[in-house]
Design a protein around this ligand. Structure first.
Ligand code: GLV
Ligand code: GLV
Length: 340
């Protein structure tokens, strides 16, 4: 069996792949960008494609991959994959849900706290040797829990799936009032003690912190832009650990610069790894290189999960984490795997 991976996954999963077949890695150098040509040529004759979120698995690539039995993505998000095209071509696609939920929510919470309390500029101030004397107004931030005024802060969660719910659990420890927007699961939200369903406008108007936990699709692209920032509190803080293009980043830079909103904590960017001009100069933005699921244990678990899915693809078994499971009952799938 031939396993083709765009880049390396952690050893815990790689060794499972090596047991299952011959593994070829398009770009084995850890932080090198993979040449698209290497992927297009390399996938030919492969039985399974293992992809990372950095590579576009689009129609062109899927059509070139005439012999693959499935795509195993090393990520929970799969916006890098044209799932409609895969389904049409009879190709099951898998992701790594669940295992990174808490790790990702931990990082979203870290961004929230860091932005609220000016952690990054304060750390820089120390390193630059500028701390001369304690003072009452040194790096004044905003409260996350009930502060001096005794008021609960309001957290708005956009996307109340696994990670959004994990964020809600963290907020409970800080006595926050929680609003959530996620129309398909409105009833679940209203049935959950301690969280209140809110339409976007009200969520934006009332929240002190807004955290994004929805996936990226046509309806969430630029869900946050100038009109949304105009409605938010001038002290509000926006957290994004989901996908960059959900936020109009140029508009965000403008909103942060003009004080239309107070702060932002970002782990993802619209044109990653690039950042919108001006973002890196802003002290009220905390910016990280897409590390929300980056704990050793979680990345290892993602690797074994990705490998389990890849092995299931190879064995023509229903993969545990298939995002287009209906494909298994399609003529396209039977035609694809039939003659293999
Ligand atoms: C990371 O961004 C993931 O989707 O797993
Ligand atoms: C992602 O795993 C989510 O469901 O929020």
């Amino acid at each position: 069996m031939k396993i083709f991976a765009t880049r390396k996954i952690p050893a815990a999963g790689l060794s499972m792949l090596e047991e299952a077949g011959d593994v070829t890695i398009a770009e084995p150098v850890e932080d090198a960008i993979v040449a698209r040509k290497k992927i297009l040529t390399g996938v030919k004759g492969a039985d399974v494609l293992v992809s990372l979120l950095t590579e576009a698995v689009d129609r062109e690539l899927l059509e070139a991959a005439t012999t693959i039995r499935g795509v195993a993505n090393y990520a929970v998000g799969f916006n890098n994959i044209d799932v409609d095209a895969a389904t049409e071509l009879g190709i099951p696609v898998t992701n790594t849900p669940g295992v990174l939920t808490d790790t990702t929510a931990d990082l979203a919470w870290t961004l929230l706290m860091a932005a609220a309390r000016n952690i990054v500029p304060a750390d820089r101030y120390m390193r630059e040797g500028r701390y001369k004397i304690w003072g009452p107004s040194l790096f004044l931030g905003t409260d996350v829990s009930r502060g001096g005024d005794g008021q609960s802060k309001v957290l708005g969660i956009v996307g109340f799936g696994r990670i959004g719910q994990a964020m809600f659990r963290r907020a409970q420890g800080f006595d926050m009032r929680v609003l959530a927007f996620d129309p398909p699961i409105r009833d679940l939200i209203n049935d959950t003690d301690g969280v209140e369903y809110a339409e976007m406008d009200r969520l934006l108007e009332e929240s002190d912190f807004v955290s994004i936990h929805t996936d990226l699709n046509d309806s969430t692209h630029h869900l946050f832009g100038a009109p949304e920032f105009a409605v938010m509190k001038t002290t509000a803080c926006l957290i994004n650990t989901a996908r960059g293009p959900i936020v109009d980043e140029a508009a965000l830079v403008e909103a942060l610069r003009t004080g239309q909103i107070g702060a932002a904590g970002l782990d993802v960017f619209e044109n990653e790894p690039a950042m919108a001009p001006g973002l890196r100069e802003l002290d009220n933005a905390v910016i990280l290189p897409h590390i929300a699921s980056a704990s050793t244990d979680t990345r290892n678990r993602m690797a074994t999960m990705c490998a389990e899915n890849a092995v299931a693809h190879l064995k023509l078994e229903r993969a545990p984490n298939c995002v287009n499971a209906a494909v298994y009952d399609s003529t396209a799938y039977r035609e694809r795997v039939g003659p293999l």
